[in-house]
Design a protein around this ligand. Structure first.
Ligand SMILES: Cc1cc2nc3c(=O)[nH]c(=O)nc-3n(C[C@H](O)[C@H](O)[C@H](O)COP(=O)(O)O)c2cc1C
Length: 345
C-alpha cells in the first residue's frame, strides 16, 4: 500500500502516467482490465523485494496491480470555459478509482477555479503539470515554465491548497536544461506548500523524452522531502522497478512501456511479490487486446481517430514479436478499422 494521505491510500505503488493523446478513458479502461490480480501473490519472505513490501499490506486483498491512474492533462483555460472536449476528457468510470486528474496552466485564479472543478468531478487527487516541454504550453507559462518561476508556483499552490480538500500532486522535471536543474528546490517548495505527492521525471525540459534520466536527482529528492516521491522515466520491467525503489522512491509511474506491454503493471507487481515466471502472451492475446481497445474507443472517438489509436498501440505491442515488422508495415496501410482487423487475423 502507498499512503498519500489519511484519505488516499493506493493498493499498490504502481501508477499509470498521464500521456496526452494516449491515456484517455478507453486506454485507462484497457489497462485496468488487463492488470487485474486474480490471486494476490504476496510473498513476504522474499528478501529481494523488502523495499516494495514495506509499502504493501500483506493481509489486504489486492484487486488490481495499478494503484492509481492519471488522466491526460487538461488545459485550465479550456476547462473553465466548459469546453466540451475537455469535459469529455475528464470522464472516468466508477471502477477506475482512485483517479487523479491533471491540469496545466499559469493564471492563478484560473488554476484555482479549475482545481475546484476537478474536486467536484470526483477526482481523488489533483495533479499539477510542471513538466510539459511542449512549446505551446510553455509559452503560455504552463508546464515546465512553472519550474522557472518558483515564486509564482508557490503562490499558485498556496491559493489552490486553500480552496480544495483533495490531495494535490505536482509532476516536475529535473529542470529547464543542464545548467538549470532546480528540481530539489522545487520539490521542497512543493512540500512546503502542502502538496501530498511529488512525481519526478528526471529529464530536463530541453531533453524532452530522450537522453539519460538523472537518477542522482531522483535520489536527492527522496532524501530531501518526506511526502511520497514517485519516479517516472524509462520504467519498463522489474529490473527498472527495483532500481528506482533502490533510489528511495515510494511509487513508480509507468508511461510508454504500457503501450508496448499493457500487462506491465501486473508483470512488475507479480515479480516484486516474488513470482519467478513471467506470463508469456500469444499473438491471439495481442489480437484480443486490440479488439477490446477498438470496442472501448467507440465511446470516445470517431472512426478515423480510432484507427490512429489502434495503429499507435499495434506499433508498440508487436515490437519483439516474430514477423512484427512486416505486420506493422501492413497494418499502417489500413484505411479503416475493418481493414485493420482483416489484416491482423
Ligand atoms: C505521448 C506522451 C504524452 C505525455 N503527456 C503527458 C501529460 O499530459 N502530462 C504529464 O505530466 N506527462 C506527460 N508525459 C510524460 C509521461 O507522463 C512520463 O513522465 C514520461 O513519458 C516518462 O515516463 P516513461 O518513460 O514511462 O514514458 C507524456 C509522455 C508521452 C510520451
Amino acid at each position: 500500500m502507498l499512503k498519500i494521505t489519511d484519505t488516499l491510500q493506493l493498493q499498490t505503488p504502481l501508477i499509470l502516467a498521464p500521456m496526452s493523446g494516449i491515456t484517455n478513458g478507453a486506454f485507462r479502461s484497457l489497462i485496468f482490465r488487463e492488470n487485474k490480480i486474480v490471486n494476490s501473490p504476496i510473498n513476504v519472505s522474499n528478501s529481494q523485494t523488502n523495499n516494495f513490501l514495506t509499502n504493501v499490506d500483506p493481509t489486504s486483498e489486492i484487486e488490481n496491480a495499478v494503484g492509481l491512474m492519471v488522466t491526460e492533462f487538461v488545459s485550465v483555460e479550456a476547462l473553465i470555459r466548459n469546453n466540451q472536449r475537455c469535459l469529455q476528457m475528464l470522464k472516468f468510470l466508477p471502477t477506475e478509482k482512485p483517479i487523479a486528474i491533471q491540469i496545466f496552466g499559469y493564471e492563478i485564479n484560473h488554476m484555482v477555479q479549475a482545481a475546484k472543478m476537478v474536486e467536484e468531478f470526483g477526482a481523488d487527487l489533483l495533479d499539477i503539470n510542471c513538466g510539459c516541454p511542449v512549446p505551446k504550453v510553455v509559452r503560455r507559462g504552463g508546464g515546465a515554465e512553472l519550474m522557472r518561476q518558483p515564486g509564482h508556483l508557490r503562490k499558485m499552490l498556496s491559493a489552490i491548497k486553500k480552496e480544495i480538500k483533495i490531495p494535490i500532486g505536482v509532476k516536475i522535471r529535473s529542470g529547464w536544461d543542464e545548467a538549470h536543474k532546480n528540481a530539489i528546490e522545487i520539490a521542497k517548495l512543493v512540500e512546503a506548500e502542502g502538496a501530498s505527492m511529488l512525481t519526478i521525471h528526471a529529464r530536463t525540459k530541453v531533453q524532452g523524452y530522450s537522453g539519460k534520466v538523472d537518477y542522482n536527482i531522483v535520489e536527492e529528492i527522496c532524501k530531501s522531502i518526506s511526502i511520497p516521491t514517485i519516479g517516472s522515466g524509462d520504467i519498463c520491467d522489474i529490473e527498472d522497478a527495483k532500481f528506482y525503489l533502490g533510489l528511495g522512491v515510494r511509487g513508480l509511474m509507468i508511461g510508454r512501456a504500457s503501450l508496448k506491454n499493457p500487462w506491465v503493471f501486473k508483470d512488475i507487481f507479480n515479480a516484486l511479490c516474488g513470482a519467478v515466471e513471467q506470463e508469456s502472451r500469444s499473438y491471439q492475446e495481442i489480437v484480443r487486446i486490440l479488439r477490446d481497445y477498438n470496442f472501448l474507443l467507440q465511446n470516445d472517438l470517431p472512426e478515423k481517430a480510432i484507427l490512429g489509436r489502434l495503429k499507435q498501440l499495434v506499433a508498440q505491442i508487436t515490437k519483439g514479436q516474430v514477423g512484427g515488422t512486416k505486420l506493422r508495415a501492413a497494418l499502417c496501410q489500413a484505411k479503416t478499422t475493418e481493414q485493420f482487423f482483416e489484416l491482423l487475423c
